[in-house]
Design a protein around this ligand. Structure first.
Ligand code: COA
Length: 334
């Protein structure tokens, strides 16, 4: 006798129900960064748009920040913790290869029925998570999913590296995604280019660190010009594909929320996409720095809370970074 397996059946559509974020308390000025590198406040502002950034406290972890953002998004959504079917934690800075940060976050917020998984897609991780959450809900494997973007990059940056020390920072953002009676998350356009893996990488592996006698703790290393050229030449095409796949025109958008890599990259993307002049564009990097996987939900929460963008409006999201990995989609704002 052949077994008859009951298939999963999901919701017709999914939507972002709520967003939450967490910004660590400590403000790190450009002057403080310049204590370790030969640079200036003026140069950093002009080349990156960063005025200040936040660093987590020494005893404040990826799990602590991710929990804070997830708990806020969860309380705003009105969904019970026990109804969450999956926690996806996009990050590259949880300092333990195992267990995943997601498992501890699930435990701390009381998501007792949730699967728990970390996504290592660097600055593209949040948009990867939104795409996966949409498909988990529409596929029927989960009813509600929390997607968290969280990083403590200050642990993995060499403060003496002139090419990267001023860019990266710490923080967390999260969304609750659940079933919807109308389409609210467009198709995700994603990909990667492993041929450029060295454009953003680590100076060495943890194994090499151990084997070479503990010299030079692994730190982020970035080929700034290569990343800049790739983002500005390739990401507009990815963004246009996400718009076309969603059937949304530029003039239908209520917000453009790109990964906060660098203000000059955001400006170049806006120009290449020929965005309408009055379209709100995320510029959270000025006071938050580049928080990798956390930057898009952090910016989304700030813009919604400030009343700069409307709940229910269409936003184009695009994440891109180490891999080189990228993902983009159009969503309706919570
Ligand atoms: N402060 C002051 N001067 C600096 C500096 C710093 N931190 N870093 C480099 N410079 C100087 C160099 O010495 C060089 O001087 P020179 O012309 O007299 O030789 C000049 O600035 C240009 O150096 P370069 O390394 O070519 O800088 P750049 O113009 O490419 O700017 C970045 C560096 C990092 C700002 C730029 O490449 C960038 O924005 N890249 C994208 C990075 C990014 O977004 N990463 C996140 C991806 S998720």
């Amino acid at each position: 006798m052949t077994a008859v397996i009951t298939p999963t059946t999901g919701a017709k559509y999914a939507k972002i129900m709520a967003v939450g974020s967490y910004r660590p308390e400590r403000i790190v000025t450009n002057a403080e960064i310049c204590e370790h590198i030969d640079s200036s406040d003026e140069w950093i502002r002009e080349r990156s748009g960063i005025i200040e950034r936040r660093y987590a406290a020494p005893d404040e972890s990826v799990v602590d920040m991710g929990t804070a953002a997830a708990a806020l998004a969860l309380s705003r959504s009105g969904v019970a913790p026990s109804e969450i079917g999956m926690i996806l934690t996009a990050n590259v800075t949880h300092p333990y290869p195992t267990p995943a940060a997601a498992a501890e976050i699930a435990y701390r917020i009381g998501a007792i029925n949730a699967g728990a998984l970390d996504i290592a897609a660097a600055c593209a991780g949040f948009c990867y998570g939104v795409g996966i959450a949409n498909d988990l809900i529409c596929g029927g494997t989960a009813k509600y999913v929390i997607v968290i973007g969280v990083e403590k990059l200050s642990d993995w940056v060499n403060p003496s590296d002139r090419g990267s020390a001023f860019i990266f920072a710490d923080g967390a953002g999260a969304v609750v995604i659940g079933p919807s009676d109308h389409p609210a998350i467009g198709p995700t356009i994603w990909g990667s280019d492993g041929a450029q893996k060295d454009a953003i990488t680590m100076t060495q592996s943890l194994i090499d660190y151990r084997n070479n006698g503990g010299e030079m703790f692994p730190a982020l290393a970035m080929q700034g010009q290569q990343v800049f050229r790739w983002a500005v030449s390739e990401m507009p095409k990815v963004a246009m594909r996400a718009l076309a796949a969603a059937g949304v025109e530029l003039t239908d958008l209520a917000a453009f929320i790109p990964h906060q890599a660098n203000m000059r990259i955001t400006d170049a993307l806006a120009k290449a996409l020929k965005l309408p002049a009055n379209l709100p564009i995320a510029r959270d990097i000025a006071y938050t720095g580049n928080t990798s996987a956390a930057s898009i939900p952090l910016a989304m929460d700030r813009m919604l809370t400030a009343g700069e963008i409307p709940s229910g409006g269409a936003a184009l999201l695009i994440g891109f970074g180490a891999g080189l990995a990228y993902a983009a989609q159009v969503v309706l704002l919570p």
